[in-house]
Design a protein around this ligand. Structure first.
Ligand code: NAP
Length: 503
């Protein structure tokens, strides 16, 4: 997380230069960083993929990506022309390592031009089966450099289970040091996610309440209205547990659950997050039965259009056992959180797209108001809305204006849009800048990734080994399977939602 900026000359090499991620996220982020004067004075961007393209053709393709997906809309012609001069293309087939030679020559050209302080950032925006091949090619061609001169960014998914994550970590740490490896989880770059730390640790009133004495449960709900779309090929081998819970949701849980770091050092913060994962209660066989729910969507209607069930989506097995919905009740077995449930849920084709963290506080110890006054009684809640609304709401009881004493819940709201006039940067802008400045705070360390996998493996194994007999078990445009309501209702709670516009 940046507090000051000191950018060295940088060569950004994007493996998967012609891919979706580069078009949608990386190219717009790099162009916006350039437009906002956050790129180094000397920099080059090299796209690579198997396709044979000229520099000009690659630049034109990137411009289409920026025009379609940048938060700032279409490029400004003069800015783009200057930016494009830094953009190059070099075809590489990573399964034919000889093709790396020309890439090495191009990188060295910029290293010579920019001088000895130049750093090279390798961004692996390719399918995960290519991560090892690329790392090995970088090593074979003597391009792995040092902590000062080379960084490697690894996209998600990082492994598909504990064993494969360990294997990948072993391979990467055999070539690079941990300080060179940036395992990206773009959720951590979101403005509202970064603000969780600011909110928790820069405000004195919160800490005395942030524990089992005052909080009765926590909910993390990351729901999507979209179905699997064109990602069936990837998603059918992954599912909601791997795609969302192992990374984004457990990271959010760590931010809510972590102890106060002693300083803002990347490793100190990551230590505190790993402590949460290590304190999470392991799942036994009965816990999986009673503390987890899986679901898969069937066809339905979304905004007047009929949408297919998951098993009829493109590239999805017609008898698929993959979950498109998951809800889990976790416990963090430490002094702060003992006995406090953390409910998480995520899924596709749900009623609303939103990411919410809800902290529900315990009820007042004694009710002084008569029942007639408190018909709409609601325990205090803190609601951190990550998207689409970017806000923090504190729900409190207040007296309704009038001659009668009637209480109802009202929201004290901090809303980004209403408070700040400036646009918030995209997560990839923040994270790419962090990579260039060498700040690993928002990136996953090897032990973080492995601890998250270790926690979830009993659930992964159980769900994979026992085919669900109830799939498909929720309709598109619903809030998921009924069992997910029961999971939380059994404890006397219900899933909280914000009455947002759909989208
Ligand atoms: P994609 O659109 O399928 O792009 C894959 C890229 O890899 C293409 O540029 C492809 O180009 C290149 N490629 C394939 N085989 C190659 C080879 N042998 N040698 C060199 N290049 C090769 O995939 P994507 O959606 O961009 O995703 C890339 C990674 O980012 C994945 O790990 C994904 O999980 C992750 N991710 C993507 C998104 C997103 O929004 N798309 C979001 C989060 C994470 P050629 O065919 O020309 O070689």
């Amino acid at each position: 997380m940046k507090t000051s900026i000191n950018l060295k000359p940088t060569v950004v090499v994007i493996f998967g230069g012609t891919g979706d991620l580069n078009m949608r996220k990386l190219a717009p982020a790099l162009y916006n960083l350039y437009s906002d004067n956050y790129m180094p004075g000397n920099f080059a961007i090299i796209g690579t993929a198997r396709k044979k393209l000229t520099d000009q053709k690659f630049r034109d393709t990137l411009m289409e990506g920026v025009n379609s997906f940048s938060r700032n809309g279409k490029v400004k012609k003069d800015k783009w022309t200057k930016f494009a001069e830094h953009v190059h293309y070099n075809p590489v087939d990573v399964s034919a390592p000889d093709t790396f030679a020309s890439l090495k020559t191009l990188i060295e050209r910029f290293q010579n031009e920019f001088g000895p302080t130049t750093q090279v950032v390798y961004y692996l925006a390719v399918a995960p089966n290519l991560f090892p091949l690329i790392a090995q090619c970088i090593s074979k061609y003597g391009l792995a450099g040092t902590e000062e001169s080379c960084k490697v960014v690894i996209e998600k998914p990082f492994g598909r289970d504990l064993e494969t994550a360990k294997e990948l970590n072993k391979l990467l740490t055999g070539i690079f040091t941990e300080k060179q490896i940036y395992r990206i989880d773009h959720y951590l770059g979101k403005e509202t996610v970064q603000n969780i730390m600011a909110f928790r640790f820069a405000n004195s009133f919160l800490e005395p309440l942030w524990n089992r004495t005052y909080i009765d449960h926590v909910q993390i709900s990351v729901t999507e209205q979209l179905g699997v779309g064109d990602r069936g090929g990837y998603y059918d081998g992954a599912g909601a547990l791997r795609d969302m819970i192992q990374n984004h949701i457990l990271q959010l849980l760590c931010l809510v659950g972590m102890e106060t770091p002693i300083n803002f050092d990347a490793d100190e913060i990551r230590n505190k997050k790993v402590d949460v994962l290590k304190a999470m209660r392991p799942f036994g066989p009965d816990d999986i039965r009673f503390s987890t729910v899986r679901g898969q969507y069937t066809k339905g209607w979304v905004e007047g259009k009929e949408v297919p069930g998951y098993r009829s989506e493109k590239d999805v097995d017609a008898d698929s056992n993959t979950e498109t919905f998951a809800a889990i009740k976790f416990f963090v077995d430490n002094w702060r959180w003992q006995g406090i449930p953390f409910y998480v849920r995520t899924g596709k084709r749900l009623f609303q797209t939103s990411s919410l963290i809800t902290i529900q506080f315990k009820d007042v110890p004694h009710h002084i108001f008569p029942g007639s006054v408190t018909e709409h009684w609601q325990q205090n809640r803190l609601i951190i809305s990550i998207q689409p609304e970017m806000s923090i709401r504190l729900q409190v009881q207040a007296k309704r204006p009038g001659l009668d004493m009637v209480l109802n819940p009202v929201d004290m709201v901090f809303d980004y849009k209403g408070t700040y006039s400036s646009d918030t940067p995209e997560a990839y802008e923040t994270l790419l800048l962090d990579v260039m400045t060498g700040d690993q705070t928002q990136f996953m360390r090897a032990d973080q990734v492995e601890s998250a996998w270790e926690l979830l493996m009993p659930v992964v194994n159980s769900w994979e080994s026992k085919k669900s007999l109830s799939f498909p078990n929720y309709t598109a445009d619903s809030w998921g399977p009924e069992d997910a309501e029961a999971l939380i209702a059994r404890d006397g709670f219900h899933w909280f939602t914000l009455p947002l516009n759909k989208g």
